[in-house]
Design a protein around this ligand. Structure first.
Ligand SMILES: *Cc1c(COP(=O)(O)O)cnc(C)c1O
Length: 347
């Protein structure tokens, strides 16, 4: 049983998207070739050697998922098994020891249980953001993987991503690259974000909400933005999802869930294929998808001064995007029956 009486006294609808120090976090350390059992602790600070691998050769990866209260008062998380698996893939690519998938899910459960008062109430639009992170704590000076690591999960409540409804945004085609062909674009590593900060600061200065990155090899195909995958809707009401020949798009769990919802629940035609920038003007809706916003509608792309305007316009989400958004958030919030295994209840 969860006690709802003791929730933190926060203005849930207005907390924004920034770090708040919650009460408890999970910490496990890797030493002598194995992970320890891990503990729940109140200490949100980390003391590191000046020579820790993460500080020099950027051995770090992370995940992002959410816990929230459903209509019937349960606390749930959405498809944590996919986050567990993706973190194993990220760690493996960076020569870090994988944190076992079952232990990952257990640790997420423990942290949410330890911070139940921080789970925003149903209907507030706010959620509890869960951030697993793994990094090299061991000393390195020559270039090699460290031999000690820390895996940590903390939580922070985040406000509704869209206050007052999801307004379409304007994005630009970037002249920077996000990910090298066959590089690390397909893993969730901080290093992919470090180099996207300069382009996003520039884009914001120019008045754009996000950068759309093209494939670095040919600068012809749409890949994704700095932190969200992309979906398009055709005139016929089908879904088109960019796929990379060079494996440089991050496998978004939201995008994979949208594809399933489109195909299996809404019966839409779905194509996952390389998408050329030159064909984007044929689409009628565009959206950015990720855990934070689920889907952000895009009204316009600016390609070096040339505007590509979607028929859905700048006032509201297009009808197909809205249907996908309502169905997926309905599943997450317990209003629509979820496909097997998608909703993980915290007991
Ligand atoms: C995390 C992330 C996404 C979104 O993935 P979700 O699993 O849907 O949250 C998309 N692109 C990049 C680069 C990301 O890091």
């Amino acid at each position: 049983m969860q006690c709802k009486m003791s929730k933190k006294n926060l203005d849930w609808a207005n907390i924004g998207f920034s770090y708040m120090v919650a009460d408890k976090r999970f910490v496990s350390n890797y030493k002598d070739g194995k992970w320890d059992d891990g503990v729940i602790t109140e200490d949100n600070m980390i003391v590191l050697s000046e020579d820790a691998g993460v500080l020099h050769y950027a051995q770090e990866c992370f995940e992002g998922l959410k816990a929230y209260e459903t209509e019937d008062g349960k606390i749930v998380i959405f498809r944590p098994d996919l986050n567990a698996k993706r973190m194993v893939d990220s760690a493996t690519r960076l020569e870090m020891p994988a944190f076992p998938e079952d232990k990952f899910i257990e640790a997420v459960e423990k942290v949410v249980q330890a911070n139940l008062d921080w789970v925003p109430p149903y209907g507030s639009g706010a959620t509890l953001y869960i951030r697993p992170v793994m990094f090299a704590t061991g000393n390195v000076i020559g270039v090699k993987p460290a031999d000690e690591y820390q895996f940590r999960i903390f939580v922070t409540p985040v406000g509704p991503y869209f206050k007052g409804g999801a307004k379409p945004i304007v994005v630009k085609i970037s002249d920077f690259d996000r990910a090298a062909p066959h590089g690390t674009g397909n893993i969730k590593a901080g290093l992919n974000y470090a180099m996207s900060l300069h382009p996003i600061v520039k884009a914001h200065e120019e008045g754009f909400a996000e950068n759309v990155y093209l494939d670095a090899e040919s600068r012809t195909y749409i890949e994704e933005t700095g932190g969200a995958n992309i979906i398009f809707v055709t005139k016929e009401g089908g879904l088109v999802v960019p796929k990379s020949h060079t494996d440089s798009i991050l496998p978004s769990i939201t995008r994979r869930s949208i594809v399933y919802v489109a195909k299996e629940i809404l019966g839409l035609n779905v194509e996952e294929r390389p998408v050329k920038l030159s064909e984007v003007e044929n689409f009628v809706e565009m959206g950015l998808c990720g855990t934070a916003a689920v889907i952000s509608p895009v009204g316009k792309i600016n390609d070096h001064g040339k505007e590509i305007c979607f028929a859905s316009g700048m006032e509201e989400m297009g009808p197909v995007t809205k249907k996908l958004y309502d169905t997926l958030t309905g599943i997450q919030m317990g209003r629509i029956e979820a496909p097997e295994g998608w909703i993980h209840t915290i007991e």
